[in-house]
Design a binder for this molecule. Structure first.
Ligand code: HAM
Length: 427
């Protein structure tokens, strides 16, 4: 019973203050890069009506069938914690009329996602995604642009050698022909397929291609390849994407077995893969979804996007020893020799904070010695001791904690400005 109170639920994790600068670095860079591509941030609710995901993500997918956190609210409505960000973004764009504005519409988001999967290295039940969705762009250049955006984010994070695999799963027409071919091919082995794949054979044969069971996996090698079933227009689109990527010197391999786990994709699909996350190597996945806006009740409109798992990016960053933006350090600790001086110190600290410094003073009632020990512990760059004499004389000594050098500063008017110019001179 106690464990339930003292331990976080399985598959979740705390992001601790000591590590948060890593998250902030990734979030800052991802947002900055996305903004150079003209994306604006959107924030949508953590939960949506279950039907949105059934329709949007697809009722035959593992995500919808097995992994959703679904519950009835007090009025008996079925609610689901978002398993991914795309469906909510489409719903929000439609509901708020964003698709009637200038197109293409480009949006980015950070979102928590929830999937009831078996937790393992790189796989969580609650995880964080950074995603981008682009609406109203059907040229192959938009696929290439989205892929480049991911590449640029990796580049600015200092990440290297993340493999890009691309594929086209065609439009509904070419996919129907391909699905039929798959049914015929796998139909020869029905008895040997795993139970899930037996079911998939009828409902969603594409999913057989990335079944992890050894037997099903062995059949995939000789299965028909989607690229042989693309209609002329889908072929041309895919060629256009590849050409634009070639022009920008983006390295990729075409992997005809990438089908993605969500139903909304059409044409281009892609994944960025790295080995540092063990078997959960996909750090980013995305693609085009030209039927999704209509599926969710809008008019027919092209769409595409991607999402990266931030936990996985962090694992790659750590493995590659990529550099994070270092956390800020405490600029100044002002110690007080007695309660009155400590109160005075607090007023000085406030002035420094208004100026943008990270300043601290004693708020727990420690002895002077203990205050200085604490200042050392938090890595304060400068310190100052305030006592009766300093207050009377209106000046105190600013001590550089590294060199021990001391400078006299007036603690009267414009104290923060004075500290600022001294620190600027030193730095
Ligand atoms: P997804 O491939 O399901 O696509 O997820 C995107 C990324 O989220 C994955 O590549 C992975 O890095 C991360 N991820 C997925 N599941 C987990 C998990 N259980 N634990 C940790 N990380 C995970 C989507 O969600 C689509 N909405 C992407 C998209 C946006 N497509 C078009 N627009």
């Amino acid at each position: 019973m106690m464990d339930i109170v003292t331990k976080a639920p399985r598959g979740t994790s705390d992001k601790l203050p000591s590590d948060i600068y890593k998250w902030q670095t990734i979030e800052k860079i991802a947002a900055q890069v996305a903004e150079t591509y003209g994306c604006k941030e959107i924030r949508t609710p953590t939960f949506e009506h279950t039907e949105l995901f059934q329709r949007g993500v697809g009722s035959t997918t593992d995500v919808v069938q097995k992994e959703m956190y679904t519950f009835n609210d007090k009025k008996g409505r079925s609610i689901t914690l978002k398993p991914e960000g795309t469906a909510g973004a489409v719903r929000a764009a439609l509901e708020n009329g964003l698709l009637n504005e200038a197109l293409p519409l480009k949006m980015y988001y950070f979102t928590k996602c929830f999937r009831y999967e078996a937790p393992q290295k790189g796989r969580w039940r609650e995880f964080n995604q950074f995603g981008v969705e682009i609406f109203g762009a059907n040229s192959p250049l938009s696929d290439a642009e989205a892929i480049c955006m991911v590449e640029d984010i990796f580049k600015f994070l200092g990440l290297e050698n993340i493999k890009l695999e691309i594929n086209s799963i065609g439009c509904p027409e070419c996919r129907a022909r391909y699905q039929q071919a798959l049914r015929e091919y796998y139909g020869q082995y029905t008895e040997q397929l795993c139970d899930t794949c037996k079911e998939r054979l009828e409902k969603n044969p594409l999913r057989l291609l990335d079944c992890k069971s050894e037997v099903c996996h062995s059949f995939a090698e000789k299965a028909p390849v989607i690229l042989d079933y693309l209609c002329d227009s889908c072929k041309e689109h895919f060629e256009g994407v590849k050409k634009a990527l070639d022009d920008m010197k983006v390295k990729y391999t075409v992997n005809p077995y990438i089908v993605r786990g969500l139903d909304y994709y059409t044409n281009t699909v892609f994944e960025f893969i790295d080995d540092s996350c063990g078997t959960q190597g996909t750090v980013c996945g995305g693609g085009r979804y030209n039927g999704l806006v209509e599926e969710i009740g809008g008019k027919s409109m092209a769409g595409l996007g991607f999402a990266m798992g931030i936990e996985r990016i962090l694992m790659v960053m750590d493995t590659q020893k990529a550099e994070y933006e270092q956390p800020k350090e405490c600029d100044l600790f002002i110690a007080g020799t007695d309660p009155d001086s400590s109160r005075y110190a607090l007023t000085l600290v406030r002035q420094l904070r208004e100026f943008g410094f990270w300043a601290e003073c004693d708020i727990v009632g420690r002895s002077l010695k203990a205050q200085m020990k604490y200042a050392d512990k938090i890595g304060a760059k400068f310190s100052m001791v305030i006592g009766e004499t300093e207050i009377k004389e209106g000046s105190a000594q600013l001590k550089n904690m590294k060199t021990g050098e001391k400078t006299v500063v007036s603690i009267g008017d414009k104290f923060a400005e004075r500290v600022n110019s001294i620190l600027m001179e030193i730095e």
